[in-house]
Design a protein. Structure first.
Lengths: 241, 203
């Protein structure tokens, strides 16, 4: 028997391969796999091998349990009867579907630039920028000229979505124009004295029109006005226009 | 002249003394996890994740991601699993092996050995690394040494030693006969002993 894979028990006590005349000690190798302690007379190489295998099967090392939160998130999502999971826990990472960090960083930069550009343009058209910046925006993109001597921000704040209906009749005072003691009202309860508009349908149409084309001095912040060189429909739909 | 460097491995004794870590309580813990008890599931995770990662580091470069995929599948099928701890481990490592194969198919370029593992193996095999390993050898370093073995031998050793599976279970997982698994395991251990001696991981 000269091969390296002698049958169990055929060559007990033989030294490790690579030694002169050596053949593997298969019973000892089996003992290693079976987690049985080696006999005292086993070659030292076997004891070294046993210690290596014990290290291989040792307790968790730092970082090896890093995926626990993600696994628990998957458990909450898929296996828990409640089916919920804490919002703070990220969903399990999927290696194949996750874009590389470089792509994600580029995507984030592009989104940031887009948001900054759109937001800056909107602020410029709303006249909400500081005067020097507003002046630049006025020259560069045709935004309104800065209000010299006046406040940078309009007196009328943007309506809060949680307190204002989506469509507000033109005659209804805005949040910054409320009458004393006034508060936001539900649609149908907002018609102010003197508005004198027609039907509800007509009121809504007028409100929509006037909301897009506010009378002078009632510019809604954050909304881009119509192209100055383009006729608007304010005169046709807004009684005050 | 062959260098021999004394290396203190993390565990004393002359052989692996591990087995199923949870043991007799596994059935209760598994049932609790199947009923939605996250503490029970976390107990299973902490028990299996380290050997799972070590096994995957031998067979897949993207071990952490494959482990995540594996747990997704385990969680999805947890409710329907029936069996003891050995069967659970065999099931989980079978899933991991399949997920690693999927990852390999999706990989554009696949090195024969994971780069970090080959690097680690080179470091361990170098005399300087052996000197650096005087104090301790981490499981990661030994994993790297195993990863330098032929793929089949390395995988079988990991399934036998790290996953704690019997020869028959390993044979089913890798699609070979129990005899072939035994032969490959022995060859792998012999080669591992040779490499450890070359790397100075002896005493």
């Amino acid at each position: 028997m000269s091969g390296p894979d002698a049958m169990h028990g055929e060559m007990p006590g033989s030294p490790l391969p690579g030694r002169p005349g050596g053949e593997p000690d298969e019973p000892l190798l089996d003992m290693l796999f079976e987690r049985r302690p080696l006999p005292p007379g086993a070659p030292p190489e076997m004891h070294d091998l046993a210690r290596m295998l014990a290290t291989l099967d040792g307790p968790a090392e730092p970082g090896e349990l890093a995926g626990e939160a993600e696994a628990l998130a998957a458990f909450w999502r898929l296996a828990s009867p409640a089916g919920g999971r804490p919002a703070a826990v990220r969903p399990m990472r999927r290696g194949r579907s996750r874009p590389p960090t470089r792509i994600r960083a580029g995507l984030a930069a592009a989104v940031t630039a887009l948001v900054a550009g759109v937001g800056g343009t909107a602020a410029a058209y709303a006249g909400a920028l500081p005067d020097p910046v507003q002046e630049v925006a006025h020259v560069m993109v045709g935004a309104p000229a800065p209000h010299h001597g006046g406040p940078h921000h309009p007196a009328v704040p943007a309506p809060r979505p949680d307190t204002q209906p989506a469509l507000r009749p033109a005659s209804q005072p805005g949040p910054g124009q409320n009458h004393a003691g006034g508060s936001a009202k539900a649609p149908g309860q907002t018609q102010s004295p003197g508005s004198g508009h027609g039907s509800a349908k007509g009121d809504h149409g007028t409100a929509r029109c006037c909301a897009h084309n506010p009378p002078p001095g009632q510019n809604k912040p954050g909304r881009r006005p119509e192209d100055p060189g383009k006729p608007t429909s304010s005169a046709a739909c807004c009684p005050a226009a | 002249m062959r260098r021999r460097v004394a290396v203190r491995l993390r565990r004393g004794g002359s052989g692996p003394d591990t087995g199923p870590v949870i043991g007799a309580a596994f059935g209760v813990i598994l049932a609790s996890a199947q009923a939605g008890d996250e503490t029970a599931f976390a107990r299973i995770f902490r028990d299996v994740q380290p050997p799972l990662l070590r096994y995957l580091r031998v067979i897949a470069p993207e071990a952490e991601d494959v482990a995540g995929d594996t747990w997704l599948h385990v969680v999805a099928g947890l409710g329907g699993f029936r069996g003891g701890e050995q069967a659970f481990r065999a099931w989980l490592f079978t899933i991991a092996r399949h997920r690693a194969a999927d990852a390999g198919r999706h990989r554009a370029r696949r090195p024969a050995v994971p780069l970090e593992l080959s690097d680690a193996a080179d470091q361990l095999a170098s005399p300087d690394a052996a000197d650096a390993a005087l104090e301790a050898v981490s499981s990661r370093a030994v994993v790297a040494l195993v990863a330098s073995l032929p793929r089949e031998q390395a995988e079988i050793i990991m399934l036998r030693v790290v996953a704690g599976l019997e020869s028959g279970e390993v044979a089913r997982i890798v699609g070979k006969s129990p005899g072939a698994v035994r032969v490959a395991a022995h060859r792998g251990l012999r080669r591992l002993a040779q490499q450890a001696e070359r790397a100075g991981v002896t005493r």
